[in-house]
Design a protein around this ligand. Structure first.
Ligand code: FMN
Length: 296
């Protein structure tokens, strides 16, 4: 790929003094999958920059941070730019904008303040790559012992929608069938079988395996799977998608249709796409801090 032909983000060494930039570098670095990070572990600080024709490069959209010594990772860690790009599961364009340690008000609007639970969908498809990017973000949210019990089935095809349709309650049917994607958020009751990989520094599998551990395993799967579903919805919003979560469906029917081996149990479903603002209900009130919280 000709480096000058398109803006590309690559790692470079950074030895500046600006601690804010240091934080930003770490933040971006942490978005990379481990496979891309491993060769970098020996080294100190990283940043992303747009590879431009000139040697001046810019972090995200902030003009204050300019670099004059963009050392390429290539050669230093045996990873070419192409290899790095291939290993990144998150869109580079997206990451280039994730440079602020504190989210700005536009980001807070996107995630929370303007985001709504949508009931109608614009006729605009959702690419598979976007779902993969949302997963790459959501999977980084914390779960107990890193147990990561959530499994997701993304329903896109007409054939798959036809299989989901009988399980939906009437009020959720039309909007679900018209959504570009419906995610089934489900939990793996045998999540602990992957703990040797996910939590390798302890025998965490033994905490949940066996007939006498079924209750703790079920609670752990439900708690953490629900958290992961919430992370996924926020990740989807962060990537510009809208969500329409729903529990109004028959879990037994869905499990029989999509998880016939009985190991995985559906939690809730969520339409994904680009919401039609004309189909929103008025926003319902939320509890005030004093109504829901106390500081002791
Ligand atoms: C787990 C869950 C289940 C939900 N189930 C349904 C549902 O079955 N049908 C529906 O129309 N909305 C459902 N909702 C949407 C909620 O009613 C909505 O998120 C809430 O009223 C807040 O709306 P807002 O995000 O637009 O402010 C569900 C939301 C969640 C998180």
């Amino acid at each position: 790929m000709p480096a000058a032909a398109m803006p590309a983000l690559i790692f470079c060494w950074w030895r500046g003094k600006d601690s804010n930039l240091r934080r930003q570098s770490r933040q971006i670095y942490s978005l990379f999958p481990l496979t891309a990070r491993e060769p970098l572990q020996r080294n100190r600080e990283f940043c992303l920059f747009s590879l431009e024709k000139s040697n001046n490069c810019r972090v995200g959209q902030d003009n204050r941070f300019r670099f004059h010594k963009p050392w390429s990772l290539e050669g230093k860690a045996n990873l070419s730019e192409f290899q790095l790009r291939r290993r990144m599961s998150i869109s580079l364009r997206f990451m280039s904008k994730m440079t602020h340690p504190i989210l700005n008000s536009q980001a807070l609007d996107t995630l929370f303040l303007h985001a709504r639970s949508h009931n109608g969908w614009l006729d605009k498809p959702v690419e598979d790559a976007l779902l993969q990017q949302a997963w790459a973000l959501a999977r980084m949210g914390p779960t107990s012992a890193n147990c990561s019990p959530m499994r997701v089935v993304f329903i896109k095809s007409e054939a798959a929608k036809a299989r989901l349709q009988p399980a939906l309650i009437e009020g959720n049917r039309a909007k679900t069938l018209s959504a570009p994607v419906t995610a089934i958020f489900a939990n793996d009751s045998r999540f602990h079988d992957l703990l040797p990989k996910l939590f390798p520094h302890a025998d965490a599998r033994s905490w949940f395996a066996g007939p006498d551990k079924e209750a703790i395993a079920a609670t752990t799967a439900f708690r953490n799977g629900t958290l992961q579903a919430a992370y996924f919805m926020l990740a989807a919003r962060a990537l510009g998608l809208d969500c329409g979560p729903m529990s109004g469906f028959d879990n037994t029917l869905v499990d029989r249709e999509f998880f016939p081996d009985g190991r995985i149990k559906s939690n809730f479903i969520c339409n994904l796409g680009y919401g039609d603002p004309n189909r929103l209900f008025p926003r319902s009130p939320r509890l005030e801090f004093e109504e829901a919280c106390r500081i002791v």
